[in-house]
Design a protein around this ligand. Structure first.
Ligand SMILES: Nc1ncnc2c1ncn2[C@@H]1O[C@H](COP(=O)(O)OP(=O)(O)O)[C@@H](O)[C@H]1O
Ligand SMILES: [Mg+2]
Length: 621
């Protein structure tokens, strides 16, 4: 149905930029290795396990020699790796023939080696998984912490879906690389080394055959590697799209139904998922084609090996047992080499994911260079020729905004929607850096404050209320307020006129809210947010259309409570209803990012400007 596999819309084209540098492979490996460092002991346990495992593989090949040389009554029977050891340990003058001795000792040795091999396999696999899961856990937590510290602009640039998919999917891909790949590399890598060393030991000339095909294998591995990486990156970002579309449709399921968006969403999702599938198939194709090619090279090498080894010259110096052991070892080489070449795609997926994770981990956190700390600010706020653009070089959203809010006073911001009111108060809490001018709190520029200290001074209720999947109690006494006494939480809820509806809930304050305050009405959510701000008891109160979702009566009641709270603190209130504005000490009128007028209600009305116009429209902004 969807044959086109162009990247679906919504994919950020800029995302590919940072991934083009190919040189950094080793840097990524080394950096990943840095995460392994704290677990070095466990890591070495694992290596130790795999060395035992692969050594046993070789020794089992040597057992072949023991059996055959014993049967053939070869004089070389005591010179094999295993047979030599066993003879020197036990036989001496038992009076047994070589065959009789082999009959007893070979089964014992086989069982012993198998047990050792199994132990090595377990130790290697168990401990490497311990390391890998720890690395992934650490990476995931680091990425999440990074999100917690990321500047607001970061959230503007990335969709929620793509960020979630990084924490879940991309990190998981790194697990794949770290766990599976390391496991295979160590287990099979040691096997190859051991087997090859053994073959060199038995007959080095014959090994040249294998060395001759190795460049071909390396070539295939290198060519495929590039493709693997490209597809892995696309798979990753399309996973972000899949998550994004699902998120949107889940969050907005009512809109989807009410506005007939079903087909649209379904197609969008199908496209994103199809793109993911197509890229996965390309990866699978590259993966599946490289294995048989490499296998063919190995088969050719083995065939050549047999041809050479059956030549009279070579046969002369070989016992039957050595010959069998050599071929057994050579035959055993196929599986590890195949597995090692297959590990490519896993590693490339992991590297592509790690590259992306590291890119995000390396982004700057919110700037927090200030050192000024205040126990409790007086609350004088001065905006001085503030200029701001969300995107550098775009048109300014705020320009030359200057006014002062004296400590303990209330300033109302009034202006049409989009005039920059919310932006201005968000600048105060340093959600974005200023593009020009300054904002000072008690005469100190806000950038000079330690970020957490500055935010401690501000209790803000925003247009959009963020609630957590927690009890109401924990939603009000959130973060730095955790542990507040029940009385204080109840008092805050009372001020916010929230007590009535809280008490009607089955478990009162202990009622657990769903996803984003699910089950509460818009007005109820706002009242929880107001209660939270009241409980914070900060010297500065910012109310950004905090009562917009309330009916007149609730608003009126909250208004009275808020007036008590506002009395002793600096308040900036953005309100769309008259009552709040009228009583403010000063009203600042904004239009298109500029302050166009300021004064008291009476002064502004008398002047007959924008304020009077808005007033006569009943503030229906
Ligand atoms: N995160 C953002 N990225 C880019 N532009 C934004 C962002 N938020 C708001 N804007 C723009 O900034 C302007 C002011 O918005 P805002 O401060 O929300 O106005 P108000 O609160 O007065 O309605 C608007 O033109 C809006 O489109
Ligand atoms: Mg706003």
């Amino acid at each position: 149905m969807h044959k086109q596999v162009a990247p679906p819309p919504g994919q950020n084209p800029g995302e590919d930029l940072h991934r083009s540098a190919k040189s950094g492979d080793w840097r990524i490996y080394l950096r990943l290795l840095g995460y392994v460092r704290p677990y070095w002991f466990i890591f070495f346990m694992s290596i130790f396990g795999y060395i035992i495992y692969s050594s046993c593989n070789v020794l089992l090949a040597s057992v072949m020699q023991f059996i055959l040389d014993a049967i053939g009554e070869s004089s070389e029977v005591r010179s094999g790796l295993v047979s030599g050891a066993v003879y020197s340990l036990f036989s001496k003058d038992s009076g047994m023939t070589d065959q009789e001795f082999a009959r007893i000792s070979v089964p014992i040795v086989m069982i012993f080696l198998a047990a050792m091999r199994g132990t090595g396999f377990f130790v290697g696999g168990y401990f490497i998984n311990h390391v890998a899961t720890s690395v992934v856990h650490n990476l995931r937590c680091q990425l999440f912490d990074k999100l917690l510290d990321a500047p607001s602009a970061y959230y503007d640039q990335h969709t929620g879906g793509s960020l979630i998919s990084k924490i879940t999917y991309n990190v998981e891909q790194v697990t794949g690389a770290v766990t599976k790949a390391l496991k295979i590399i160590m287990r099979e890598g040691f096997s190859v080394i051991m087997l090859f060393s053994y073959m060199l030991y038995v007959n080095w000339q014959l090994c040249l055959v294998f060395i001759a095909v190795s460049p071909f294998i390396a070539f295939v591995v290198a060519v495929m590697g590039k493709h693997f990486r490209r597809y892995s990156r696309r798979i990753q970002s399309s996973m972000g799209d899949v998550t994004q579309v699902s998120n949107e449709s889940i969050g907005g399921y009512r809109e989807v139904r009410l506005f007939g968006g079903r087909e649209q969403e379904s197609t969008k999702f199908e496209n994103a998922s199809e793109y993911y599938r197509a890229q996965s198939m390309k990866l699978t194709f590259a993966d599946s084609i490289s294995t048989p090619i490499i296998q063919s090279f190995i088969a050719i090498a083995l065939a050549a090996l047999v041809w050479f080894s059956l030549s009279p010259d070579i046969m002369e110096n070989f016992t039957a047992g050595q010959f069998a052991a050599f071929l057994t070892a050579a035959g055993q080489l196929g599986k590890p080499i195949r597995q090692l070449s297959g590990v490519q795609s896993i590693i490339q997926r992991g590297l592509a994911a790690a590259e992306d994770l590291f890119y995000h981990l390396d982004l700057d956190s919110e700037p927090d260079a200030g050192e000024h700390v205040t126990e409790r600010a007086q609350g004088t706020i001065e905006f001085k020729a503030v200029e701001f653009r969300y995107i550098p070089d775009s048109a300014p959203v705020l320009e030359d905004v200057s006014f002062t809010v004296e400590a303990g006073k209330t300033v109302a911001l009034v202006g049409k929607s989009g005039s920059g009111k919310s932006t201005l108060v968000n600048l105060l809490a340093r959600f974005y850096p200023l593009s020009g001018g300054a904002i000072e709190l008690d005469g100190v520029p806000i950038e000079s404050y330690r970020l957490d200290n500055l935010r401690q001074q501000i209790a803000q209720v925003s247009q959009v209320v963020g609630l957590f999947n927690e009890t109401l109690y924990n939603n009000i006494a959130y973060g730095g307020l955790a542990g507040a006494s029940e009385e204080s939480v109840l008092a805050a809820a009372t001020s916010a006129n929230a007590l009535d509806f809280i008490q009607q809930l089955p478990e009162g304050l202990q009622t657990r809210l769903g996803d984003d305050g699910g089950g509460l009405s818009g007005g109820q959510k706002q009242r929880i947010a107001i209660a939270r701000a009241v409980l914070k008891n900060a010297p500065i109160l910012v109310l950004d259309e905090a009562t917009s979702a309330l009916d007149n009566e609730s608003e009126h009641r909250i208004q009275q409570a808020l007036e008590v709270i506002m009395r002793n603190r600096t308040t900036i209130v953005i309100a769309h209803r008259l009552s709040t504005v009228e009583n403010a000490d000063r009203i600042v009128v904004m239009d298109a990012g500029r302050v166009v007028d300021q004064g008291t209600h009476a002064q502004l009305l008398a002047r007959g400007g924008l304020y009077a116009q808005l007033y006569h429209q009943n503030f229906e902004l």
